[in-house]
Write a protein that binds this ligand. Sequence first.
Ligand SMILES: C[S@@+](CC[C@H](N)C(=O)[O-])C[C@H]1O[C@@H](n2cnc3c(N)ncnc32)[C@H](O)[C@@H]1O
Length: 405
Amino acid sequence: MEKFFAPCPRGLSAPLAQELAALGAQNIKADDSGVAFEGELTDAYRANLHSRIASRILWQVAHFAYDNEHQIYDAVMLLPWPQRFDVTRTIKVEMNAQRSPLKSLDFTTLRIKDAVCDKFREVIGSRPSVATREPDVRIHAFLNATDATIYLDLSGEPLFKRGSREHTGVAPLKKNLAAGIIALSGWQPGEAFLDPMCGSGTFLVEAAEIALNIAPGSRRQFAFQKLKNFDSAAWSHMLTAARDAEKPKTLLPIYGSDLYGFALDDAHANLLANGLGDCVRLKQANMLEISAPEETGVMVTNPPYGERLGETTELTELYPKLGDLLKQKFSGWRAYFFTGDTALPKGVRLSASKKTPLFNGKIECRLYEYKIIAGSNRRDGAPPVSATPGASASPAAPVVPTLKS
Ligand SMILES: C[S@@+](CC[C@H](N)C(=O)[O-])C[C@H]1O[C@@H](n2cnc3c(N)ncnc32)[C@H](O)[C@@H]1O
């Protein structure tokens, strides 16, 4: 069995671990920065093809204790690099370190590159070239206080790049972060899904692909295809199976809206670029004026955030209205707001049933969950339902929907 590591946005290791387990990964261990797992190389192909949450899949090729750069050079020089990839492939070495005692990480990165090149020279008499942009082979080194781990990157371009042309709006979310948020919401295909501040439509594309069982990596290339041990028969078998499992494109109960036409143009272009133009319903609307498109469902949205969008004042006015909207028009729904603005929970004046810390790059954010229980404002005349202990279920009760905390 081989060892792998799948980094992911901070806060998403738990849903990533579940996703990898469902893909057959073994000996899974999650930490803050991602998930370690074991399996065959084909399991790592499968993770590249199907994981929505991982940022990349790294194959561990060495792990050793170190005190200085010379030991790292010697250990890397011992590895069989010419058996891994052809000398015509370009390379790049990337480094991450936590509490490393080494003085210069840049120098250590250079020494790792030297060791790879010197190994090639020793074995075949020539060395690979370095490419800082779009290298064929990425070598990642991770140093902690005592140990070095060397990885070959099996993904290449990060996995949140799914291969389609992207029309990015003002503050688009990375696709793997969006997918992780959807996983945390517990939304299941078949339930209504709504993003009323959809921007360039990142959540909508992810939800539609999940509903149609479209593997996120089925339309892109991977770095493992450039390695000498690439098992192209196993890969094409896996890819064909993934494509065969896709559901026919159809109109889905997935709804997106945004205040601005230009944002909807981006969302529409992104849906089209992913072949999902006829699957999602888009409309231009002020979030504060919309109604629930179905009786129950899941709202997942990423409101404008002052620090990124310079809209702090408007936000203080938006939040209480958002809370009112949920109470008045979204009973029976679950709502998930992803934001870095800690003023949101106070502003919406509802008690969140869950707050999950997550990072959007370096910005610390939270995913706030609001479960809006059907109250006495039901439109169908059915007896009202309340989940709050002690709340009256009498039709004569005041028209105040109850919120589960
Ligand atoms: C942070 S962006 C969402 C980005 C989106 N998640 C993406 O990945 O592209 C917030 C969006 O909210 C929209 N917005 C702001 N105020 C709104 C309102 N009152 N009603 C609807 N949309 C609004 C903005 O136009 C913007 O597209």
